[in-house]
Design a protein around this ligand. Structure first.
Ligand code: ADP
Ligand code: ADP
Length: 233
């Protein structure tokens, strides 16, 4: 069964009388091992959809199955738990703690999960190895380039071994050469079996995924134009 099953998701914002349909019956199925880009212009609903996939916000209606669990039935603490266990987040601005080394940044989700010291060390070096940064483990973010900082953030997302990596404009703060490098890292992780959902406004970035889904006015379309608003579950 799919790792993500979203059916007819609706999210409205009321702007003092005017209702904006940020998501208008968006449906999406993502299989394990897939690499999907969600691409659309500013205001198309990307952030709203990212917040839904990441269990950071709730829709007004629709259904969401994440790795077999029905998200819309969960209370807030269950939502926080599923978010922490199922999803590794990667952000545009890296969101690293500036006073901690690469190693210590990657350690944070493992500390949160109560992973014991020896296992933690192995997981940290394994994650840093996977993004090619093993030799920068004890550097601070300020001693690393933008691309290296994003690699640390990717290693942090990997550390708890979540079933999904969710990347929000991961190349948005990087030049085009460095963006290419980061997309190579993402492709490499996908080849090793990680399921990736990547949100971007950049067609050049989007097309490096296995599958491109377009978002326009809160609706999703398969590359080629097929409307993804029907029942998928
Ligand atoms: P994108 O990330 O693609 O730029 P968003 O998901 O941020 O798109 O926005 C989709 C639509 O929803 C836009 O019309 C935006 O103005 C509106 N919107 C998003 N967040 C809010 C909010 N908190 N309050 C009101 N309107 C919002
Ligand atoms: P240090 O602060 O010198 O890194 P550590 O206690 O972190 O000391 O680890 C001792 C050494 O063993 C480190 O230099 C690190 O490179 C190496 N090491 C430990 N675990 C691993 C691992 N899983 N993969 C690669 N190298 C490791």
């Amino acid at each position: 069964k799919p790792i993500i099953g979203i059916e007819k998701m609706v999210k409205k914002y009321d702007l003092g009388g005017e209702v904006v349909m940020a998501l208008n019956e968006a449906s999406l199925t993502v299989e394990k091992g897939d690499f999907v880009s969600i691409m659309g212009p500013s205001g198309s609903g990307k952030s709203t959809f990212m917040n839904m996939i990441g269990c950071l916000d709730r829709p007004d209606s629709g259904r969401y199955f994440l790795d077999g669990e029905e998200v819309e039935k969960m209370n807030d603490s269950q939502l926080a738990e599923i978010r922490n266990n199922k999803i590794g987040f990667i952000f545009q601005n890296f969101n690293l703690l500036t006073k901690l080394t690469a190693y210590e940044n990657v350690e944070l989700p493992l500390l949160y999960r109560g992973v014991v010291a020896k296992e933690r060390q192995n997981a940290i070096y394994e994650s840093l190895n996977q993004v090619g940064l093993r030799d920068r483990a004890h550097h601070l973010p300020s001693q690393l380039s933008g691309g290296q900082q994003q690699r640390v953030a990717i290693a942090r997302a990997l550390a708890g071994n979540p079933p999904i990596l969710l990347a929000d404009e991961p190349t948005g703060a990087l030049d085009s050469k460095t963006s290419q490098e980061i997309m190579r890292v993402m492709q490499d992780l996908n080849e090793r079996g990680h399921t990736i959902v990547l949100i971007t406004h950049d067609a050049e970035v989007a097309r490096q995924a296995k599958r491109v889904v377009h978002i326009q006015d809160g609706q999703l379309f398969e590359d080629g134009g097929k409307f993804l608003g029907a029942s998928t579950i």
